[in-house]
Design a protein around this ligand. Structure first.
Ligand code: NAP
Ligand code: 8YV
Length: 314
């Protein structure tokens, strides 16, 4: 029996490819240099797409495939998928929620610990023999007893909150509405919350209403003793304002896993000492990436077999 055609928009690794190969004939747009020519040469009737959170799926791709029925995206954030175009063309979209909560929360706490204790700098100091040559490294900060404000108390935000509680931190949060059954104080306004916290952690999706939510005003409210952690998407933060405020001491520091124009990280940011920078590593462990990949495949197989989707967003 002929296997149905599937367009692979992003390379998702051997584990996913080997599983998809069992049920589908793969067309690797991810490897094509001339994407438009590749799309034009596809066989008629492609119903399936698998893609990555960064590559997503554009309107152009959706409209190039009139028979398209489902886009299975690797990652919980699906901001790079043109969901509006998918809806217009009755195309289902799935993502990979929950399986990465623990990993992303762990990386968030790792970033907070690294920034508070200046671990990357102190490690370099030791490695370079400066301890012996220059004496002790300067004193640093700690998380214990501090207040953290979480923008986006969702699946990952709640996991981060629990880890912060293990450090005896007070947790408060901002979202579009109060979650009645959460034990944490709610702020309707991110500026007021930023004023009251030592740490601001951003873990909300990138949408029209969150873009730029960490504005210059929010950063000013966070103040010279405040620290920002962004593990959501780069566009939630006013990056030029952040760089200015980090350089001038307007805020104490930032730990960033995500950036406005990935994989580009502005040189001005890379030169600063009061930042910890990661290359979008939030879910990047063998275990979590395997679970995410398996969920991409499970959604496609469920659709193929006429079963309910496991994690639909549309
Ligand atoms: P989620 O469960 O949907 O939680 C999102 C939270 O954001 C909700 O609590 C929601 O609360 C809040 N929110 C939505 N719109 C908002 C707005 N306009 N203003 C303030 N808060 C808003 O999502 P999740 O699974 O935790 O993932 C969150 C995001 O993290 C993803 O979308 C992705 O972009 C990012 N992420 C990054 C990495 C990484 O590697 N760095 C890994 C995984 C995820 P309300 O509905 O009450 O507003
Ligand atoms: C992935 C992410 O690195 O899940 C998300 O939203 O940002 C990360 O887990 C990314 O989506 C992989 O493509």
């Amino acid at each position: 029996m002929n296997k149905p055609d599937l367009l692979l928009v992003a390379a998702l690794g051997d584990r996913v490819t080997q599983q998809l190969d069992q049920d589908f004939t793969l067309h690797r747009l991810c490897d094509a240099t001339d994407k438009a020519a590749f799309l034009a040469a596809l066989p008629e009737g492609v119903k399936y797409i698998a893609t990555g959170g960064g590559a997503g799926c554009s309107r152009q791709i959706i409209e190039a495939l009139p028979a398209l029925e489902i886009i299975s995206s690797f990652g919980v954030g699906y901001d790079a998928v043109d969901v509006e175009a998918a809806r217009e063309h009755n195309v289902r979209v799935t993502n990979t929620p929950d399986v990465l909560n623990d990993c992303v929360a762990e990386v968030t706490l790792a970033l907070m610990l690294a920034l508070a204790h200046r671990l990357p700098e102190a490690e370099r100091y030791t490695r370079e023999g400066r301890w012996e040559a220059e004496g002790n490294f300067p004193l640093t900060e700690e998380l214990t007893g501090k207040t953290v404000g979480i923008i986006g108390l969702g699946r990952i935000g709640k996991t981060i909150a629990r880890l912060c509680q293990a450090f005896q931190m007070q947790v408060v949060y901002h979202g579009r509405s109060e979650q009645a059954h959460q034990p944490f104080p709610y702020y309707a306004d991110p500026v007021s919350m930023a004023q009251d916290v030592d740490w601001l952690v951003v873990i909300a999706p990138s949408t029209d209403s969150t873009r730029g939510i960490v504005s210059r005003k929010v950063l000013t409210a966070l103040g010279p003793e405040g620290r920002l952690v962004n593990v959501a998407r780069g566009d939630l933060v006013d990056e030029p304002a952040l760089i200015e405020m980090l350089a001038s001491g307007g805020i104490a520091g930032a730990a960033l896993d995500v950036f406005a124009q990935e994989p580009h990280v502005p040189e001005a940011l890379r030169k600063l000492e009061n930042v910890v920078l990661l290359p979008h590593q939030g879910s990047a462990t063998h275990k979590t990436r395997a679970s995410m990949g398996d969920l991409v495949v499970k959604n496609l197989r469920a659709y193929l077999r006429g079963q309910p989707l496991i994690s639909p967003v549309v």
